[in-house]
Design a protein around this ligand. Sequence first.
Ligand code: DOR
Ligand code: ZN
Length: 336
Amino acid sequence: MEVILKNPLDMHLHLRDGDMLSLVAPLSSRTFSGGLIMPNLIPPVTSKEELISYRGRILEAIGDDNFTPYMTLFFKPTYTEEFLKDIRDNLTAIKLYPAGITTNSEGGLSGFDLDEIGDTLDVMSSLEIPLCIHGETNGFVMDREAEFGAIYELLASNFPNLKIIMEHITTRDSVELLDIYDNLYATITLHHLLITLDDVAGGMLNPHLFCKPIAKRYEDREALREVALSGHPKVMFGSDSAPHPQDAKEAHFCSAGVFTAPIALQLLTELFLENSNLDNLQKFISDNGQNIYKNLEFSPKEVVLEEREFTIPNRYGDVIPMFDGKKINFSIKEVR
Ligand code: DOR
Ligand code: ZN
């Protein structure tokens, strides 16, 4: 059996910088047409110069592949109208991190005071710049996303013309918000569709499945599957593929992040087929993202997958992928 996916998009992707960028960028650019590139470098991407030069380094790393990096800035409440107008044509979205909530987010926002952030959000609304949010509080780890729900509601209702993307949602509560607020959208990762906290810590601890937000309960995973498999128009694929070197994962203080970019299309095909929803995969993997973001540019690409056993490599350079060594049912046959 063959499955053809047109113009796959990864609307939440960490490509890092330096040697790591050289290693991982081609592993996305081979099969994806484009990706929304996260700005949490050290230091984070906060200026036009940094953004343009990071884009240049990405293009260099992908060589001749057809892949469009959709650039993001790291949200700062100090961004002015003048600054945002000047940078508008170079970016696709702005990513907001609560301070210290995940990898390299120390310079994020320490509170959601509308007096502090309102002006910037108003300008983003009028310039039609989507706001992507890592939606977690610093409460108890399993409740962080649920607690953040009130902040999503505050922002969605006060800035009705601002397109807000709830990044990597992991709970049933977040799924429910999608149908309450017109201006809320979401990305869902591969790993949150496949694992629960049991896979991370229910048996022997698996650091390669440790990420933020942490994988949740079976009923949460079920809600994510339902909404993704149905092809819901407000939901799109964002891998949150987040590589860390092996020694940063298998360590006293394990870094958060799951590396999935090179196996995402194969495993999504398997999941959608197993659940008899293969017809909706094209929506989840590309069409919905195009409709949500509008005007995304890319060169056409078709990925042909075939039902043939594939063993996930044990490593890509010094990065261990999710499910390393596992046999799966789909392989990439051709990219054209
Ligand atoms: O697990 C995660 N890793 N979650 C994030 O939000 C950031 C990411 C990273 O950059 O490593
Ligand atoms: Zn991320």
